[in-house]
Design a protein around this ligand. Structure first.
Ligand code: M6R
Length: 366
């Protein structure tokens, strides 16, 4: 049932190209110029009436929601807030009839996420669920559903469900943009072309993970480390840090690279591992200057960059390249080495990769 892999997590990491293809599936028009989301019951008028969007989720799904905020705001120009579900209802959020609340849940059964969904409905908002389980509570109770076709995810650490949620956000962002006319037809076509390339680009990353494996063995000897990045890279850093904590039990913190010098830089000392994401081309130079700040304090920096950014090698100790894509789509590639890193670190430390201590796959208590 593990299809020749040692663990479900590794199998699921390798299933991502298929999960991307299945989630995009027939939702991209044959001419590659538009997104088809027939499952949405929203008319053009309904979409035009949306004045704000709240994305609510837990854990890894919340991290997908942080990317979703970025994608929707950039493409559809609708203001978006992303909240942790266990916090959302207690901060008296402003939920009106023209608010679209998007709940993101692999299982569709997470207690806090369902409670947020019910609160949103009680306030008269329209609720859209992004879920991996057809017929789950979230799918049944929401007004609209986008199913992620990742297939069953067994490992407690979420991998292919997260990346499929990213694909769902790209599709939704493009769909809203094409309906509202906020992005040119050519830019939509260019983004769709980028989406279509992602599965083979993930395959290319998965072909050789030996550099990640050997770096995982190095970090397994440390008790603390940092992930840094800006913008979307920061959102991916948060997910990489959660994954590492969850299955390797190594403490780590994800930091917005430009925020380090406002306190956290004090923790950087000789030899501390820092995993630096510098994928987005528009933020590359800014991130490199933050990398230099930690390097100057003795950090051992593992850089992750897009192919073509060869000069990063000069500023870091080791570098791992991911294929080049549009900045907006880059999280769907850059998270893959981080998933592998946490997998191999957990393995090196002899932990139960698929069933980490204290955790359950589906959290049905608040
Ligand atoms: O089923 P859900 O997507 O609602 O689950 C949410 C979180 O419990 C889940 O993503 C959790 O953070 C993962 N174990 C992280 O890998």
């Amino acid at each position: 049932e593990k299809a020749g892999f040692d663990h479900f997590m590794l199998k699921e990491i390798h299933e991502q190209p298929k999960a991307y293809r299945d989630t995009m599936g027939s939702r991209l028009s044959a001419d590659g110029r538009s997104v088809v989301l027939n499952e949405l019951n929203m008319s053009k008028e309904d979409i035009q009436a949306i004045s704000r969007i709240h994305i609510v989720a837990c854990g890894t799904a919340y991290h997908a929601g942080l990317i979703g905020k970025n994608v929707i705001e950039k493409l559809a120009r609708i203001p978006v807030e992303t909240d942790v579900a266990s916090e959302y209802r207690y901060r008296t959020p402003i939920i009106t009839k023209d608010t679209l609340v998007i709940v993101v849940s692999q299982s569709g059964e997470t207690a806090d996420t369902l409670a947020a969904l019910r609160e949103a409905k009680r306030c008269g908002a329209r609720v859209l669920a992004i879920t991996n389980v057809v017929g789950s509570s979230a799918a049944r109770e929401a007004d609209d559903v986008i199913t992620t076709w990742a297939g069953p995810e067994i490992a407690v650490a979420s991998t292919k469900a997260y990346t499929s949620q990213l694909i769902a956000f790209y599709l939704l962002g493009l769909y809203l943009a094409q309906t509202l006319g906020t992005v040119s037809a050519d830019e939509i076509a260019e983004t769709i072309a980028g989406l279509r390339k992602l599965p083979e680009q993930v395959e290319a990353i998965l072909k050789d993970s030996s550099a990640i494996e050997s770096y995982a063995k190095q970090i397994a000897e440390h008790e603390d480390l940092f992930f840094i990045g800006r913008g979307l890279d920061y959102a991916v850093a948060l997910e990489g840090s959660l994954k590492l904590k969850e299955i390797s039990y190594i403490h780590s913190e994800a930091y917005a690279a430009g925020e380090l010098k406002h306190g956290t830089l004090a923790l950087i000392e000789e030899g501390i591992p820092v995993i630096a994401l510098a994928i987005q081309s528009d933020l590359f130079e800014k991130t490199v200057s933050n990398i230099k700040e930690v390097k100057a304090r003795g950090a051992n920096v593992f850089g992750i960059a897009a192919e073509g950014e060869e000069e990063l090698a000069k500023s870091v100790d080791q570098v791992f390249y991911v294929p080049k894509t549009l900045d907006l789509l880059s999280p769907a590639l850059s998270v893959v080495p981080l998933q592998l890193l946490s997998y191999y670190a957990s393995l090196a430390l002899g932990h139960d990769v698929d069933k980490p201590r204290n955790l359950a796959k589906s959290v049905t208590v608040e």
